[in-house]
Design a protein around this ligand. Structure first.
Ligand code: URA
Length: 235
């Protein structure tokens, strides 16, 4: 059992203060009966709670997939630059989601956001060994030897990259797919630099078994389906 105002502040865009006003106006009902006080106890899994007739389903956590556009930081706030949270529709903001891992400001594509610390922790854990797949465009054509260099692992100042996969588009070898196991700072760009190529465009297209939804325009988000959530958690 939890307090009605806590329930609504977690499960709806209304703040606790809003709830006080709504209750006073008789806009909140519990099992069809007008709520008398914001601190009344409700059963979050059983009681039917409505605000202005709209049934509010309780949930604590949110899991979002975003097609991140360029120009946004993977952060919750910043003094100078726009952040991915600025792109979220109002309905998701009260969950206070944060990005799971980071994409560079000029990188596009699949970014997950959640307010579930455990989910974040799981996905970021090196033990999970989730490959991230990127589409990249290079300033020069990639060559066969680059595939071997990527597959051999690379030494960097602060880490050794595990074997990574490089696939070259046979029709245009400036276009490649890269799969990496880690996700260190500028990792794909640094690995490409190591073989003498500069990344001029970068987009993440998959995290482990989860593909970026191709129908999401840049800047759009949607919730993960239960199947997608289960897929990520099962790996
Ligand atoms: N590697 C990079 O270089 N940049 C990203 O944003 C992600 C992976």
């Amino acid at each position: 059992m939890i307090r009605l105002d806590k329930f609504l502040s977690e499960a709806s865009p209304y703040s606790r203060r809003d709830v006080r006003g709504l209750v006073k106006r008789g806009a909140v009902s519990v099992n069809g009966v007008s709520a008398k006080a914001p601190d009344m106890k409700v059963n979050e899994n059983q009681d039917v709670i409505c605000v202005n007739g709209e049934h509010i389903i309780y949930r604590k956590f949110i899991y979002l997939m975003m097609n991140k556009p360029q120009g946004y930081l993977s952060a919750t706030e910043d003094d100078r630059d726009p952040v991915v949270i600025d792109l979220l529709p109002e309905e998701y903001r009260h969950f206070s989601p944060f990005p799971v891992g980071r994409l560079d400001k000029d990188t596009e594509g699949l970014l997950l956001l959640t307010n579930d610390g455990q989910f974040d922790h799981e996905l970021m854990s090196p033990r999970k060994n989730l490959f991230k797949r990127y589409y990249a465009e290079l300033d020069k054509p990639a060559v066969e030897e680059d595939i071997t260099s990527f597959a051999s692992g690379m030494e960097f100042k602060e880490f050794t990259a595990k074997p990574a996969r490089l696939e070259i588009d046979p029709d245009d070898p400036r276009k490649v797919f890269v799969e990496i196991a880690e996700g260190k700072y500028h990792q794909v760009k640094r690995m490409c630099e190591r073989v003498g190529k500069t990344v001029i465009f970068l987009k993440r297209v998959a995290i482990g078994p989860l593909q970026l939804d191709g129908t999401l325009a840049a800047g759009q988000v949607r919730e993960l389906t239960q199947e997608e959530y289960a897929l990520l958690m099962s790996k």
